[in-house]
Ligand binder design. Structure first.
Ligand SMILES: NC(=O)c1ccc[n+]([C@@H]2O[C@H](COP(=O)([O-])OP(=O)(O)OC[C@H]3O[C@@H](n4cnc5c(N)ncnc54)[C@H](OP(=O)(O)O)[C@@H]3O)[C@@H](O)[C@H]2O)c1
Length: 316
C-alpha cells in the first residue's frame, strides 16, 4: 500500500441504496484522492463504473479496487467486512458498524493482521457543531442532558423493511446518531440505568423509546426517541451547564447558547468521512469505536417493552 498517497484510492461501493445515492456518491465525487471504480448491488447499477450483484462477485473480478465502502443495512455486514479484509481491501462501514457488538472487535483484529484500514464511521460526529460543542463543554460543569431525536420513518426511510427486522434497530437507527454525538461531546463516559421501548405489535424493533443514563459522577442524561414524528423534526441535544444551556440542533448543524446562535454551518458530514478515510489509509490506521452501538445494545438488554399500535408504511 506504499503508493496509496500518490494515486487515488480505487473504491468499490457496496449497497447502492438511499444513503449511497444521497450522500456517498456526491462526497466521493468531491474527494480527489478517491476514485469510484465499481459498485456491487443486487438490484441497482451505476453508469460509468463496473457493476456486480454482490461484493463477492466484485472481489472475485479482475476490476482492481483498493478499498470497499459498505452502504448496506447492518444485518449481513459482518460477512461483507470479513470478505473485503480477506481480499486485502481497506474498508469503510456505514453506521451502525454491525448488527451486534461482539462482531466488531474480531473484524478490527482481522484488519490489523491484514495490514488494512477499518473505518467504522459515525457520520453525525462530522457535523460542524460537534467539535466546538465538545471543546465548550470541556470547560463547564454539566448539570443534565436531554436528547430529543424524533423523525418520521415514512419520510426518511420509505419502504426500508430491514429497519424493522432484528438487527435493524427501529428508532435506534437514527437515534444511534445522537448517541454517536453525545459519546463524543460529553467529557465523561455514561451508562444506561433504565429504558422503555415501544414496539409495534406487528414489528420486531422499537418505534419509540425513553432512556435514562447517568455519567460517572451521576449527571442525568435522558433521551426521548420517536420514529413517528410528523411536522417539524427534532434532532436536538440540550446540555444544561453552570454557564447556561448549550443546544445542538439539526443533527449538529446549529449550536446555540441560551438561544443565541454560536454556530450555524453548512453540513458536509460525508466529505469529512471520506477525507478521514483517505487520511487513515495514508497513515495505515483504523478507527473503530463501538460505544454508541453498546448503548443501543444496553437499551435492548435493560429496556422494558410495551406493545403499541401496529406499524404500516401506508396507514389506513
Ligand atoms: N437513509 C439515511 O438517511 C441514512 C443516513 C445515514 C446512514 N444510513 C445507514 O446506511 C445504511 C443503509 O441505509 P439506506 O438508508 O441507504 O438503506 P437502503 O436505502 O435500504 O439501501 C441499502 C441498500 O443495500 C442493499 N442491500 C444489501 N443487502 C440488503 C438487505 N439484506 N436488505 C436490504 N437492502 C440490502 C440494497 O441494494 P440492492 O437491493 O441493490 O442490493 C439497498 O438498496 C444503514 O446502515 C443506515 O443506518 C442511512
Amino acid at each position: 500500500m506504499s503508493d496509496t498517497k500518490a494515486k487515488p484510492i480505487r473504491l468499490g461501493l457496496v449497497g447502492l441504496g438511499k444513503i449511497a445515492r444521497d450522500q456517498h456518491l456526491p462526497a466521493i465525487a468531491l474527494t480527489d484522492d478517491i476514485e469510484l471504480v465499481a459498485v456491487a448491488s443486487r438490484n441497482a447499477t451505476l453508469e460509468g463504473v463496473a457493476c456486480f450483484p454482490t461484493i463477492d462477485a466484485l472481489l472475485a473480478s479482475d476490476v482492481e479496487v483498493d478499498a470497499i465502502s459498505l452502504c448496506t443495512p447492518p444485518q449481513g455486514r459482518r460477512a461483507q467486512v470479513a470478505a473485503a479484509i480477506a481480499a486485502g481491501k481497506h474498508v469503510m462501514i456505514e453506521k451502525p458498524p454491525g448488527a451486534s457488538t461482539s462482531e466488531i472487535p474480531p473484524l478490527a483484529a482481522l484488519a490489523e493482521q491484514a495490514g488494512v484500514t477499518l473505518f467504522a464511521t459515525w457520520h453525525s460526529r462530522y457535523a460542524p457543531a460537534v467539535e466546538p460543542a465538545r471543546k465548550w463543554l470541556a470547560e463547564r460543569t454539566i448539570r443534565s442532558v436531554l436528547v430529543q431525536w424524533k423523525e418520521d420513518v415514512r419520510h426518511w426511510h420509505p419502504g426500508q423493511d430491514w429497519i424493522w427486522e432484528p438487527g435493524g434497530f427501529g428508532v435506534f437507527d437514527p437515534a444511534i446518531n445522537a448517541l454517536s454525538i453525545v459519546t463524543r461531546i460529553l467529557p465523561r463516559p455514561f451508562a444506561l440505568e433504565s429504558a422503555t421501548l415501544d414496539v409495534p405489535s406487528n414489528r420486531d424493533q422499537p418505534v419509540a423509546a425513553e432512556l435514562s443514563f447517568t455519567d460517572t459522577i451521576g449527571t442525568p442524561i435522558r433521551a426521548e426517541l420517536d420514529f413517528l414524528q410528523t411536522g417539524p423534526q427534532s434532532w436536538d441535544i440540550h446540555v444544561d451547564t453552570d454557564n447556561g444551556m448549550l443546544t445542538l440542533s439539526g443533527g449538529g448543524k446549529l449550536m446555540t447558547h441560551n438561544g443565541r446562535v454560536m454556530l450555524d454551518a453548512h453540513e458536509a458530514e460525508y466529505r469529512g468521512l471520506y477525507r478521514q478515510f483517505v487520511s487513515l489509509v495514508g497513515r495505515g490506521e483504523s478507527d473503530v469505536d463501538i460505544s454508541p452501538l453498546a448503548h443501543v445494545a444496553d437499551a435492548f438488554m435493560l429496556g422494558r417493552r410495551r406493545t403499541v399500535a401496529p406499524f404500516d408504511w401506508n396507514p389506513a
